[in-house]
Write a protein that binds this ligand. Structure first.
Ligand SMILES: [Zn+2]
Length: 105
């Protein structure tokens, strides 16, 4: 596959991160980060769940039914997941080339 920014073929798959098993691709020529093909739906779900967690937290907190210490890290994890998804969704996709073979998305 090719980099959509500089057209280089030196596009590498990025190693799995703590959040995503397939964080996407990296151009070794210009350093552009790209999202994995076929991950759109997953990131949308993660975004929805993340926003849901955070929304519930704000909702309950606003009603005064729970204290901050009772909720723990769920809203923080939710917020991190939401931000991560948005950042991934804003990244371009690598361009497909004819000789893409190890394309397992
Ligand atoms: Zn590039």
């Amino acid at each position: 596959m090719k980099c959509p920014s500089c057209g280089s073929r030196r596009v590498e798959r990025r190693p799995p991160s703590q959040i995503s098993p397939h964080p996407g691709y990296h151009c070794r020529n210009c350093g552009l980060l790209m999202r994995g093909r076929g991950m759109l739906f997953l990131y949308l779900i993660v975004l929805a769940v993340g926003c849901g967690f955070f929304g519930l937290f704000v909702f309950f907190l606003a009603r005064g039914e729970v204290a901050l210490w009772q909720i723990g890290t769920a809203p923080i994890v939710g917020a991190i997941c939401a931000v991560y998804s948005v950042r991934q969704l804003m990244r371009p996709l690598p361009r497909r080339t004819r000789d893409d073979e190890d394309d397992d998305d």
